[in-house]
Ligand binder design. Structure first.
Ligand SMILES: [Fe+2]
Ligand SMILES: [Fe+2]
Length: 199
């Protein structure tokens, strides 16, 4: 069994396994684990597309809400998690991106990784909500149907449409293309999302 309290020692497969153990230690709820893996999948796809450090980007997606279960208030999330990651020696690029994924973190999103995390967070949550009302879950999901649901204000009302649009804008990517990328990423990693079995 890996010790989650190990210091960060690099974004290799052992580093990923440590991050996963840390994540499991802090996050038990299925819906929050699902969300983290959805964001991780999106980060993985963009890192691959743009030839970035795939494992580092996956770790950032996986851990961005690691403190949310225990510390959900805007006073504590993501500050408690970031402080813990800093104490474990996680790189500044990771902690800064995590700080930047919330508006109240007041941290500018300067790196490509930070912009991507912000752009994928709400959208991955929204696409998960869409999957949960589709009998075939992620399979066959179309950009058009996600966009239609975005216009339906009553659907997944807690998800900020403004933040989704802002994220794509900051990333410099057209929203339909961004939606297509995140759908593809989540389809590729659907098993990790542990969605309830499709009918
Ligand atoms: Fe968050
Ligand atoms: Fe999140």
């Amino acid at each position: 069994m890996l010790k989650p309290e190990h210091k960060f020692a690099g974004a290799d497969s052992a580093g990923y396994d440590r991050a996963l153990a840390l994540f499991h230690q802090w996050t038990h709820s299925l819906s929050l684990r699902r969300h983290a893996h959805a964001v991780e999948a999106a980060m993985e796809r963009y890192a691959t597309l743009w030839k970035q450090d795939v494992i580092l980007w996956r770790i950032t997606g996986l851990l961005h809400d690691m403190d949310y279960e225990k510390h959900p208030t805007p006073e504590e999330h993501p500050f408690v998690g970031v402080a813990h990651l800093q104490s474990l020696g996680y790189p500044e690029s990771v902690t800064t991106a995590i700080m930047g994924h919330t508006m109240h973190g007041h941290t500018p999103r300067e790196s490509l990784m930070a912009k991507t995390l912000f752009a994928c967070d709400e959208l991955a949550g929204f696409i998960t909500a869409v999957a949960l009302v589709r009998p075939t879950r992620m399979a066959g999901m179309k950009v058009k149907s996600v966009r239609k649901k975005l216009k339906d204000k009553a659907f997944a009302a807690a998800v900020s449409r403004l933040e989704i649009a802002q994220g794509a804008r900051e990333l410099g990517i057209a929203l339909p293309e961004h939606i297509a990328n995140v759908i593809a990423a989540m389809q590729h990693r659907e098993a990790r999302l542990q969605l309830p079995r499709a009918r």
